[in-house]
Each structure stands twice: as C-alpha cells, then as structure tokens.
Design a protein around this ligand. Structure first.
Ligand code: C2O
Ligand code: CU
Length: 484
C-alpha cells in the first residue's frame, strides 16, 4: 500500500497565470495523466485536513490567504481511480474542529458517506478515519468536508475525485477544473463571516474571487484542432455559474458524472450550481492567434470573463475535428419504473421574502421569527427545519422500489437540491419534460420551479437530502430519507 498525494497534481499544463509564476507552470507542461498504480485493484490515498497558507490571488503584491486544505492545497490532491476498483481514503484531522469526508455523488455504503452523527461519529482533532468502498460508476465526482460545511468547505476543504471509464474517449487533454468562489479582500485576507445571517436567509455566501484549481487565471493556451475533455466542478458554497463558451461549441457528454447523449447546450451556455459537475468535449475550431473568452453571466449584474482560450499561433494540431466517438458508456444504474413509481412531494419554503410564518423544529411548532432569532433557521422541507441530522426521516422508502418526487421550490431563491447515496433522473420541470432527462445527484430549482425526479431506492441506509447552498443547509434546509 502506498499513497500518492504529492505526485498527483491537477493537470495545469500550459495555463498562464495572471502576471507571474510562468516558470513553475512551464515545468508542469506535458505532465502525463497521473493514475497511481493499483495493487490488487485497490487504490489508496491519504488526506490530512490541515490549515495552510496559499496564493489565491494572481495579482502582484497580494499576500497569501489562510485556508483549510487537504494535505496542503485547495483543491486537495486529485483522487483518481478506475471504474471497478476499490478506493481507500485515509483521512486524518489536523483542524481545530472535528470533521468528516463526503464523496459527493458516489453510490457507496451508508457507513462510508461521511455525514456526522448520521453515518459516523465525527473525526475528532488528531484522529483519523478510513473510508473504503468499491467504485461502481465512472465519472467526475468530488470530495469535501461534511461537518460545519458552510465554514469547512468555505475555507477550502474540497477536491476532485475522478473515476476513469474502462475505455475513456480519445482526447488530447483531460482537464479537471475545480471552480471555487471566495470572499477575500485585496490583500488576500479571507472574510471569516461564515454563516452570516444575511447569507443564510438570502442567496448564500457569494464571494468576490473565482478560482480555477485554487488560483486566479487569465489565459488558457490551446492548439487549433485540439480535442479537450473539460470536467467542470462547482465547489462554491453558493455561487451558481453560467459559463458562455461562445465560439468554442462545447458538447456536454456527462452531468454529475453520468453520461448523457452528447448535446450542444443552447447558446453554448452551461449552467451548473454548487455540487454539480459537467463534462464537456471541446474541439478547438479557432484559428491560430484567435482568442475566445468564456464569460460567466449567471448573475447579470456581475458578468465577468472566467478564462480566455488563447489559440496558440503557428501550430495546428489537426485541420478537422478528431474522428473518434465522444459518447461515454453508461453507468450501471437501475432505471426507475415510472408506471409503478410511488409519488412523494417535497415542498421547499422559507427564506427572505418568503412569508413563512412557522416551522416544526425538534418536534415543536415554532413561530418563524423566534426560530430565526434563537437558532438561525429560516428554511423548511415539508414544514420542518432541520436541526443537524438527528431527525425523523421525511420519507421511509422501500428498498428496490421506484419513486417519483415532485419538488416544489416555493421560495424566491435558487436551490441546488442534493440526494446522497443515489442518482436520480430529472424527468420534468414545470410540467414539461426535462430535455435529455439526465441522471443527477444535484438538481437546480429556480424560484418557483416544480421539478420531478425519479429513482430506484436501491441503497439501504439513512441518507441526507439537502440544499447544496451550504448556508441554506445550515439554515434548516435538510432532511433524512430512510431506505430499508
Ligand atoms: Cu456535496 Cu451533502 O453534499
Ligand atoms: Cu437552497
């Protein structure tokens, strides 16, 4: 057994960081895809959750930022394995608080899910916990702390978890892009107002610095004719991203890790909310010297250029797009039986300008104003504000049975709703069939939306269902679902 932390960098070859660090970047150019060697199909990693100082701001003169990391970096080390293998992650806790590790989107046994109190006792300071499970699905996943998440994830405790297909599609580069959003000042000092009441009751902790793999970027060098696979991971606490790839004509090949029939999103615009992932195939059709900007215009008043693809002058890799299939082979998911599925309803209420009067909290009906003052709870699922995870299940689902959930967002805010331990199909939105009916573990509901999801409850245990705007989860937006 060995671990592979330091030798597993994110592939950042040929990126140009704003203004400096060019030399050190150059040394990473052409780094091969790092897949550690397996011993008898087991891949072992260790992560230590520790505070560190890192350079987030690419501006000259800005200092380092105090963050919390896995093994010294944010995002933490890239964890990579192959479908069908077994993965072990040994987590040690060097934080000033207890912690847990959650592998977001993986369908694993309940005891490995990393939800404190619900699936395990939290890892105390100085202690460790070994997560180990089989990998059924290939795809783009991620890992993050699931204890005091608004603070711990907000301070940087996240990383990418990539499970390679047995036969991956042919691409020139396979890029893992963990995108995060921070609240820092010009000197690089992070604001420590986690779970600020305004963030809880409104749109969550929206920051002012967007990073790609832990740093601010400007240009990304590509070659004409090159085929890229880009794995977008939204690791932000609250910021929804709406990337316009304009002239780059991306094709979406997977969502939340699971393959979809490749399609071009309308206007080249890709919306992905906290927790969600999107896999793209991009054939660089530009001519040498051309510059193609990726613009995030999700929040109309804060439009910014995320990165600019710079088509290298001179070299043309190929004249016409690579003639190789881009369709990924599917994961072994059980298709829900819609004709016989039982329907359940989830009603989301609360938040600022929501008009919610009262909520059930720890079994008692409480006036909302009082609940807000005393416990900072302002969101409910089916009338109940969560109090941590020691709650009665909202639903008791029968193992092996198909369910259709009708989720109604009766608030004026966006909510990316995440179900643990399962993948579901997004069937319908506001009475219309959802295009592509993707498999997902996190579905974004816009204000007022009614969304139908369907899945087979095939993984036994008590699972969390919550909003991935982490401040909303702190503010009451979580529930337990029992599958037995
Ligand atoms: Cu990304 Cu409850 O998790
Ligand atoms: Cu929410």
């Amino acid at each position: 057994m060995f671990s592979h932390n330091s030798e597993v960098p994110y592939q950042i070859a040929r990126m140009t960081r704003r203004g400096f660090l060019q030399g050190s970047m150059a040394s990473l150019a052409g780094a091969a895809l790092p897949i550690p060697k397996a011993r008898a199909g087991l891949r072992a990693y260790s992560l230590s959750a520790v505070p560190a100082k890192v350079k987030l701001l690419g501006v000259k003169g800005a200092g380092k930022t105090d963050v919390w990391t896995y093994s010294g970096s944010t995002p933490g080390p890239l964890i990579r394995a192959r479908q069908g293998e077994r993965l072990r992650i040994d987590v040690s806790n060097g934080l000033p608080q207890e912690t847990t590790l959650h592998c977001h989107g993986l369908r694993i046994p309940n005891a490995m899910d990393g939800v404190p109190e619900l699936t395990q006792a939290p890892i105390q300071q100085g202690e460790r916990f070994v997560y180990e499970f089989d990998l059924h699905d290939a795809g783009t996943f991620w890992y993050h702390s699931h204890t005091y998440s608004a603070e711990q994830v907000g301070r940087g405790l996240n990383g990418a978890l990539i499970i390679d297909e047995k036969e991956p599609p042919m691409v020139d580069r396979d890029l893992v892009w963990v995108i995060n959003d921070w609240r820092v000042n010009n000197a690089g000092v992070m604001s420590d107002d986690f779970n600020h009441p305004h963030d809880i009751s409104h749109g969550g902790r929206i920051g002012n610095l967007i990073t790609l793999n832990g740093a601010e970027w400007e240009d990304f060098d590509v070659k004409a004719g090159e085929r890229l696979r880009i794995r977008l991971i939204n690791a932000a606490n609250a910021r929804v991203m709406g990337f316009k790839f304009g002239g780059l004509n991306p094709k979406i090949v997977a969502q939340d890790g699971h393959p979809v029939k490749p399609y071009e999103p309308a206007g080249g615009r890709i919306v992905f909310a906290p927790g969600q992932r999107v896999d793209l195939i991009v054939d660089i059709a530009g001519t040498p010297g051309e510059r193609l900007a990726v613009v995030d215009d999700y929040y109309k008043q804060f439009t910014y250029t995320f990165i600019t693809f710079n088509v290298e002058p001179g070299e043309v890799l190929r004249e016409s797009p690579l003639d190789a299939p881009i369709t990924l082979s599917g994961n072994p998911l059980s298709e829900p039986d819609l004709a016989n599925a039982e329907t359940k309803k989830v009603l989301i209420e609360g938040g600022a300008m929501g008009g919610l009067r009262a909520a059930v909290y720890k079994g008692d009906k409480v006036e909302l104003r009082k609940l807000w003052r005393q416990h900072r709870k302002v969101w409910v699922l089916n009338g109940v504000a969560s109090s941590g995870v020691n709650m009665d299940p909202i639903f008791k689902l029968k193992l092996g049975k198909s369910y259709r959930w009708r989720i109604h967002n009766d608030t004026v805010w966006d909510h990316p709703m995440h179900l643990h331990g399962h993948a579901f199909r997004v069937i319908e939105r506001n009475g219309k069939p959802e295009p592509h009916t993707p498999w997902a573990d996190t579905v974004l509901l816009y204000a007022g939306d009614v969304v139908d999801i369907a899945f087979v409850a095939d993984n036994p245990g008590d699972w969390l269902f919550h909003c991935h705007v982490l401040e909303h989860h702190s503010g009451g937006m979580g529930a337990v679902v029992r599958v037995a």
